[in-house]
Design a binder for this molecule. Structure first.
Ligand code: FE2
Ligand code: FE2
Length: 261
């Protein structure tokens, strides 16, 4: 199979996109035959080195490699050095973002919910880039945050607002989305899960709402912590579906390190 054929397959089943997409080949020759396909959340310098060592022909990532949504090559020494490293590797680098999200079941929340292991029903919301997850068994924000640290391997999950009341209506708004404020204000939403936020606005809103007696919390997982499991599940699905090439998920790790080891 050629890299371009896999790319076409990955795009299948998605809604028709309006406007420009960021899902393009960033490096390498898409006509290349693929024997090994690596999947990662970000093509960090570390990931590029590791997948090259593994012998990858192709690397599929969810997020930008060059710090800009359309990767219009911000000129700086870091970008230049990284570009050189990627080009020398000969790996076909493909960003799989829009076609992953814009489909009847968004593959990112699907992966997050799958590895979290909480049973519930996933539904669309009227707000931007978000889903409702109605849990079959109620849980507190504190226990949910602990479960995320355990099952999703997130180092420090942050909670703003109510920690101890049981909830079943969880909004999923992963990454750096636009809909968190709308979700927090929605009376049918108790907990909002997201990747990264503006603290003075959204964090403080959740804190005050809880102090005024509302069952409202915001759980901040970090951008990587909130989306990488979608890529993990993608790698698992590709491994099962394709035997003509090997697929492996590579963990890029969270962007922050902490004072403890
Ligand atoms: Fe994202
Ligand atoms: Fe995303």
């Amino acid at each position: 199979m050629k890299a371009i054929e896999l790319i076409e397959e990955l795009k299948n089943g998605a809604f028709e996109l309006s406007g420009r997409t960021c899902d393009t080949v960033k490096a390498g020759n898409p006509e290349k035959e693929i024997g090994k396909v690596a999947v990662a959340m970000f093509a960090t310098v570390d990931i590029i080195k590791k997948v090259k060592e593994w012998g990858a022909d192709m690397l599929i990532v969810h997020e930008p490699t060059y710090y800009d949504h359309f990767e219009e090559m911000l000129v700086n020494p870091v970008t230049e050095a990284k570009k050189k490293l990627i080009e020398e590797s000969g790996i076909v680098l493909f960003r799989y973002h829009d076609f992953m999200h814009h489909r009847p079941i968004d593959q990112i929340p699907e992966g997050e919910v799958h590895y979290l292991g909480l049973k519930g029903k996933l539904e669309n919301t009227p707000y931007s880039a978000s889903y409702m997850y109605h849990l079959y068994e109620p849980i507190t924000a504190l226990d949910l945050a602990k479960l995320m640290e355990k099952e999703l391997g997130i180092k420090h999950v942050k909670i703003a607002g109510e920690r101890n009341k049981k909830s079943t209506n969880i909004a999923l708004c992963f990454g750096t989305p636009g809909g968190v404020y709308d979700l927090l204000r929605d009376e049918n939403v108790e907990i909002v899960l997201t990747g990264e936020i503006c603290e003075w606005m959204l964090g403080e809103y959740a804190r005050d709402a809880a102090l005024l007696g509302y069952n409202k919390s915001l759980i901040v997982m970090g951008h990587i912590g909130s989306e990488r499991d979608g890529m993990r599940l993608l790698a698992e699905k590709l491994s099962k579906k394709h035997t003509s090439f090997e697929t492996k998920y590579f963990e890029c790790g969270e962007v922050y390190t902490y004072t403890e080891e």
